[in-house]
Design a protein. Structure first.
Length: 243
């Protein structure tokens, strides 16, 4: 069965005027990482969840819809011996093509999609993308400025009736703003019970083409594991191996 969005009913029954957008196989779950705020950790979350999923034994691929290609550049520095994760790089403006190429990757359990900053600049394309999502993760920092834009973005996602959750990222748990952020976010949507702390090892892993799950003793592994487990439980995806 094909998952089809385009002038027909989507999997969840929402109608759209979009052109045909298909991804095969229908059993692949789709996570979209998006945020109303640049630099909140969309790409970081995408790559760390993808690495975690690959090591957990899931067949996973990523899609980089950001013309700046931060995710694709990370693949370019990824060591040759690291576990292979297929990636499709096509801008959001050509979502149809991105989905066609992802569909051509074959049998997958999970597809994780990284989106460009400034999602509000292309609401039509984002709406089309959201309709494909089984789960939308919205990473955010804990500062007041970050919260304002992600709360607005979450309202948009919820109007589209997509399953979604905020993920607090780059956190400093000892700061008063951490609890205030949790309070603000839980008023505006669902909140992942695990946050990802600000760790140098996460930044470093980014620079050397790895995920924290691939760096021995790296800080942040338990944080990423928490978010991954939360996402898999929400999607109802069975995970073959412990990481
Ligand atoms: N938890 C974290 N701890 C330390 N560094 C982090 C963490 N999360 C993200 N970073 C770093 O913060 C920077 C911004 O993260 P990232 O590129 O993932 O954000 P983004 O939302 O994709 O940005 P953009 O909107 O520009 O695409 C990167 O250098 C990344 O390595
Ligand atoms: Mg990015």
């Amino acid at each position: 069965m094909r998952r089809t969005v385009g002038g027909k009913k989507s999997v969840r029954g929402a109608a759209t005027d979009a052109v045909n957008t298909t991804i095969q196989p229908s059993r692949a779950k789709i996570i979209v990482c998006s945020s109303g705020k640049g630099g909140s950790g969309k790409t970081c979350l995408t790559r760390n969840l993808a690495v975690f999923a690959a090591h957990a034994g899931l067949r996973v691929a990523t899609i980089d819809l950001d013309p700046q290609r931060g995710l694709t550049n990370w693949y370019a520095v990824r060591p040759g011996e690291a576990v292979a994760i297929p990636n499709v790089a096509v801008p959001l403006s050509n979502l149809d093509e991105a989905m066609r190429r992802a569909g051509a990757l074959g049998d997958l359990d999970l597809v994780i999609i990284d989106t460009p900053p400034g999602v509000d600049a292309s609401p039509a394309e984002m709406r089309q993308l959201l309709l494909l999502a089984d789960f939308v993760l919205v990473p955010t920092g804990q500062g007041a400025g970050d919260l304002r834009s992600v709360v607005e973005w979450m309202a948009f996602i919820r109007r589209e009736q997509r399953p979604s959750a905020f993920v607090l990222n780059l956190t400093v748990r000892s700061a008063g703003s951490f609890d205030r952020a949790k309070q603000r976010l839980i008023e505006a949507g669902d909140l992942c019970p695990f946050d990802i702390r600000l760790y140098e090892s996460i930044r470093v892993s980014d620079e050397i083409g790895l995920g924290v799950a691939e760096m021995k003793g790296a800080n942040g592994l338990s944080d990423v594991r928490g978010v991954f487990t939360f996402a898999m439980n929400t999607l109802g995806l069975k995970v073959p191996n412990d990481v």
